[in-house]
Design a protein around this ligand. Structure first.
Ligand code: UDP
Length: 390
């Protein structure tokens, strides 16, 4: 088998998490796996790279002068172009739908380097999520290998006339990472204890028998009133259910923080005592909390998938989802951000054991933990033919 050089372009936390298993699988087949980090989510990224033992080979300092997407696109193009010339990869790997992933695919196209797209084919068929929906659609036009996680994602690609022989349905590597992390935490109990920050650990220690709800909200379309509604719903839920606590890693955006904290301040003290607002958790801590929670109320895509690997019900605080598979399998409900709706569905999970059990999926529709091995094997066995054609 020919040994190849793969270059993975990464911009955000979920990309690190979802590409780490692929990186390891490629290395274990003897390939050279390089990583380029485009400098977003800096503080969180460093810790994650360390956790997965995947130090980036190049870090691009984007020198952002404005927050506009046009500027980001231009800065990423310049940075990735220079890195491409230095590293001379055989194949570029991109994941998901960030602007980094899109520009990575575009630079691959400019240099005639074939692109593999991990977690391909997710669609809402709406403008939102913006700009992610367009990014993933455009990557679909550029990639040579498409690795959709599910049948639904595969059929989205086929509907866009992507040739069937380029589509490989492999599951989602997020499940590989979640199972690997939980297993590692179970083996290394001291690491598991330390994963959760001290204040959150003390909070959980104070309520060992309460039912824990993990809450997260970060999507741009939920900023402002939707997040205030989510916070109000959580406050009311806890006041109606004294045996319940909530842990909410709050997104670092100052407006999001402000909205959550304002809603929190208006709650009566006994309810406030049972909510722990923390900074975003490091990934192992997030996995530890998710594995321990009763259910999660979230707008995060990754958390929906991870929750399914641990059979935890998910209430999706969005109006649309590109992960309908879990809704269809019964493991998630699209509850939107209206406080009344959230209360209705969350109340059902807390009051009715049968409703709760019905939402515990036996198998995750997103994968079995072996997606990265499949991706590495497919790339290894098909790359030669593709490189000859390129
Ligand atoms: N995550 C984390 N700490 C947190 C919240 C999320 O490590 O406080 C992880 C989570 O486990 C998942 C990923 O970040 O793997 C999801 O990222 P995010 O919710 O930011 O984006 P999305 O999945 O919606 O694109």
């Amino acid at each position: 088998m020919q040994k190849l050089t793969f270059l993975t372009c990464i911009g955000t936390r979920p990309e690190i998490i979802k590409m780490a298993p692929v990186h390891k699988a490629l290395q274990s087949l003897g390939h050279r796996a390089l990583v380029i980090h485009t400098g977003q989510h800096e503080a969180i990224a460093h810790e994650l790279y360390r956790f997965f033992d995947m130090p980036p080979d190049i870090v691009i300092d984007l020198q952002r002068k404005s927050s506009s997407l046009a500027h980001l696109t231009a800065a990423l193009s310049d940075g990735l172009e220079a890195a491409m010339q230095n590293l001379q990869p055989d194949i570029i790997l991109v994941q998901g739908d960030t602007t980094s992933a899109f520009i990575g695919a575009l630079i691959g196209y400019y240099h005639n380097v074939p692109v593999a797209h991990v977690e391909a084919g997710l669609r809402t068929h709406q403008r939102d999520p913006f700009p992610e929906e367009k990014n993933r659609e455009l990557i679909g036009r550029l990639a040579r290998w498409h690795f959709p996680p599910t049948e639904q994602a595969s059929s989205n690609l086929l509907a866009e006339r992507i040739p069937a022989e380029r589509i490989f349905e492999v599951g989602n590597t997020v499940i590989d990472a979640a199972l690997w992390t939980r297993e590692r935490l179970q083996r290394r109990t001291s690491e598991s204890r330390q994963a959760i920050p001290a204040a959150a650990r003390a909070f959980l220690g104070d309520y060992p028998h309460h039912q824990l709800i993990l809450v997260t909200a970060h999507r741009r379309e939920n900023w402002g009133e939707p997040i205030r509604q989510i916070a109000r719903a959580v406050g009311t839920l806890l006041s109606e259910h004294p045996d319940t606590i909530a842990l909410w890693p709050v997104h670092p955006n100052p407006d999001v923080r402000q909205d959550v904290e304002d809603a929190f301040r208006q709650m009566p003290q006994p309810v406030r005592d049972r909510i722990c607002l923390t900074a975003p958790l490091e990934y192992p801590a997030l996995i530890e909390v998710l594995a321990r929670c009763h259910f999660t109320l979230t707008d995060s895509g990754g958390i929906q998938e991870e929750a399914s690997a641990f059979a935890k019900p998910v209430l999706i605080a969005r109006n649309s989802t590109e992960r309908q598979e879990l809704v269809d399998a019964g493991g998630a409900r699209l509850v939107g951000t209206d406080a009344e709706q959230i209360l209705l569905h969350a109340g059902r999970l807390l009051n009715d054991e049968i409703s709760y059990r019905n939402m515990q999926v036996e198998h995750s529709p997103f994968g079995d933990g072996k997606s990265a091995q499949r991706i590495a094997a497919i790339l290894s066995s098909t790359a030669c033919g593709v490189l000859v054609d390129a």
